[in-house]
Design a protein around this ligand. Structure first.
Ligand code: FES
Ligand SMILES: [Fe+2]
Length: 418
C-alpha cells in the first residue's frame, strides 16, 4: 500500500514532476527504427512523458526528435515536409534541423536574420537494437547508453516490437515483475495435466505450485528477483527476473535460453508504450516472433485489437472450459492489458491488499520513489551514469533445495553479461 502522495509521485512523469525528471535522466526508447524506414520519409508523431513530439529521418539518415508544434504559431510539424536535412512546417515554411535550429524562413525578407534566433525543443537521439532512443534530460548530464546486451548482439539474434497500453506505466511494470500470474492468467486449465511431459522447466514446474516464495535483492541497476516453487522432492524451480531503473523489466527464462525484456515507457500519466525486445545471447533466434504480431493491432495504431472497447474479446465459454481468463493471449498482449488497464488509468494504491507474492513489487516501488526523491535532493541516479549496471539477464534454474539461487555459479554466470 502507498500513501496518496507516494502514488502520485511514482505515477506522474510530465516535465517538472519528480518522477518525470528522474525518468528523463535515462536514455529512453521512443520509436521503432522501422517507423522511419528511409531518409526523408514521412515524419511520425509520438508522445513520451506527456510531451508531444515529432520524429523525422533526414536526408543523411539522422533522426531528429522535435517538439511537435512549430514555434511560429504552433501548427503541427507532423504535417511538415521532410526535405534536405530538415523538417519544413507546412503552414508558413519555417524549416528546422535535428538540433531544433530554424534554418530557413521563406515568409520573412531574405535579408532577415530572424531564423537564426528561433529554435525549438529538440532531443538528441541514437539508434540501437531496432529502437530509436532519446535523451530528454538536462543536456549537460547526458549519460552514455546503458550497456544492455541486446544492443550488441547481431541483428539475427534479436527482435523488437511495441504495443500501446491504456494504463499508467508503473502498473504495467508491476505486471511484468509479478511472475506468479503467468501460471494463472496466462495458463490453460489443463496445464497441470500436461506438465509431466513438458520440455521446459517452466512448463514442468510452474503449475504444480503456484504459491512461489519470493527473494528480492537490491542491485545497483534495480532489483533481482528469485521466486522458488517446489519441483521434485529435493529441488526447487527458481524463476529469476529483474527490474532495472527506471522502467526496464526482464521476465524469467529457461537456463541459457533466449531472453525477453520490456521497456515500459510513459506515453503520459494514463498510457504507456510497451517496447518489447527478445534476444538470444548465443545464437540466431528461431521461429516466428509471435508476441504482439502486427495483424493483431487496430490498423494504423499500436493498440491491440482486443482492447477496452470490446472487453478484450473475453469468451466466457473458453473461460469455463479452457483458460482462467477466456481472453485470447494475443492481439496486443490482451490478457495482460485486460488486467492492468482494468485497474483504472492510475491505480489507487491506497486501497490494495498486498500478499507475499507482491514482495518484488513493493521493493521496486520503494527504489523508484527513493530515486525520484533523491533527485529532488540533488542526488543524481547512480544507474544512469553507470551503464555497466545494465549488463544483466533474467534466468531460471532447477536447484537442490539447500542452494539459494544467488549461490550457484552457473546461475550467476547465466544472469550476468560478460
Ligand atoms: S506555424 Fe509553422 S511556420 Fe507558421
Ligand atoms: Fe503477463
Amino acid at each position: 500500500m502507498l500513501t496518496r502522495e507516494e502514488n502520485e509521485l511514482m505515477s506522474r512523469t510530465d516535465k517538472g514532476t519528480p518522477m518525470g525528471e528522474f525518468c528523463r535522466r535515462f536514455w529512453t526508447p521512443v520509436l521503432l527504427s522501422e517507423e522511419l524506414p528511409e531518409p526523408d520519409c514521412a515524419p511520425v508523431q509520438t508522445k513520451i512523458y506527456g510531451e508531444e513530439l515529432v520524429a523525422f529521418r533526414t536526408t543523411s539518415g539522422k533522426v531528429g526528435l522535435l517538439k511537435e508544434f512549430c514555434p511560429h504559431r504552433h501548427a503541427s510539424l507532423f504535417y511538415g515536409r521532410n526535405e534536405e536535412e530538415g523538417l519544413r512546417c507546412a503552414y508558413h515554411g519555417w524549416k528546422f534541423d535535428t538540433e531544433g535550429q530554424c534554418v530557413d524562413m521563406m515568409s520573412e525578407p531574405a535579408e532577415s536574420n530572424f531564423a537564426n534566433k528561433v529554435t525549438t525543443t529538440a532531443y538528441p537521439t541514437q539508434e540501437g537494437a531496432g529502437f530509436i532512443w532519446a535523451y530528454m534530460g538536462p543536456p549537460e548530464l547526458q549519460p552514455p547508453m546503458p550497456e544492455l546486451e541486446y544492443l550488441h548482439v547481431p541483428e539475427n539474434q534479436r527482435q523488437t516490437n511495441k504495443v500501446f497500453y491504456e494504463s499508467n506505466f508503473v502498473q504495467v511494470i508491476e505486471g511484468e515483475i509479478d511472475t506468479v500470474h503467468a501460471s494463472i492468467l496466462h495458463s490453460r486449465l489443463d496445464s497441470l495435466e500436461n506438465s509431466g511431459s513438458a520440455a521446459t522447466l517452466a512448463g514442468r514446474y510452474s503449475f504444480r505450485d503456484r504459491a512461489a516464495r519470493f527473494h528480492v535483492e537490491d542491485t545497483d541497476g534495480g532489483i533481482l528477483i528469485g521466486a522458488n516453487r517446489n519441483a521434485e522432492e529435493d529441488s526447487y524451480y527458481w524463476r529469476i527476473s529483474r527490474w532495472l531503473f527506471p522502467w526496464v523489466t526482464m521476465i524469467p527464462r529457461e537456463p541459457k535460453g533466449p531472453c525477453r525484456s520490456g521497456l515500459i515507457v510513459p506515453v503520459d500519466d494514463e498510457n504507456c508504450w510497451f517496447f518489447l525486445v527478445r534476444w538470444d545471447p548465443y545464437k540466431p533466434l528461431e521461429g516466428p516472433y509471435n508476441e504482439a504480431p502486427r495483424d493483431g493491432m487496430v490498423p494504423g495504431t499500436w493498440l491491440g485489437m482486443a482492447n477496452k472497447t470490446n472487453h478484450y474479446l473475453i469468451d466466457r465459454e473458453a473461460q469455463r472450459t479452457e483458460s482462467f481468463s477466456g481472453i485470447p493471449n494475443s492481439m496486443g498482449r490482451a490478457q495482460d492489458a485486460a488486467m492492468t488497464d482494468s485497474m483504472g488509468a492510475i491505480v489507487d494504491r491506497t486501497e490494495e491488499h498486498l500478499g507475499t507474492t507482491d514482495a518484488a513489487i513493493i521493493r521496486m516501488r520503494r527504489r523508484l520513489i527513493q530515486g525520484a526523491r533523491d533527485l529532488q535532493e540533488g542526488i543524481e541516479p547512480y544507474a544512469a551514469s553507470h551503464p555497466e549496471v545494465f549488463k544483466v539477464r533474467s534466468g531460471g534454474a532447477l536447484l537442490p533445495r539447500n542452494i539459494h539461487f544467488t549461490d550457484d555459479a552457473d546461475v550467476l554466470a547465466d544472469i550476468t553479461v560478460k
